[in-house]
Write a protein that binds this ligand. Structure first.
Ligand SMILES: [Zn+2]
Length: 111
């Protein structure tokens, strides 16, 4: 059960760039998505240009967060976030292609 999510408090947890250790200005942090499950933020370092994507969720035991460095732009992050989830059949299709050694050739057709 998610309760009393306080995004302004959680945004203050994003303090320094993990690449060059420069302190973030709060204005450099964008909130891309916010829901009952948490908040997705995107911060760009004004010194080294690294982009940090971070997600926070407030759980009864406290705030849980994870972050990754990315070269995606904010709009690209949201484009991927809105895609359909992977289905059971998607996984079986990939397994079948791997067993037939067709995965790489099929992926090349998509490019
Ligand atoms: Zn940096």
């Amino acid at each position: 059960m998610v309760e009393n999510f306080n995004s302004s408090l959680n945004l203050r947890l994003i303090r320094k760039c993990p690449v060059c250790n420069t302190a973030y200005q709060q204005s450099m942090i964008q909130v891309l998505d916010e829901s009952e499950f948490g908040v997705l933020t995107y911060a760009t370092c004004n010194r080294c240009g690294a982009n940090l994507l971070a997600k926070f969720a407030s759980l009864p035991q406290g705030v849980v967060g994870n972050a990754i460095l990315t070269d995606l732009k904010p709009q690209e992050v949201m484009d991927f976030a809105s895609n359909d989830s992977v289905s059971d059949n998607d996984v079986l299709d990939i397994q079948y292609m791997i067993s037939k050694k067709e995965l790489v050739s099929n992926l090349k057709k998509l490019i």
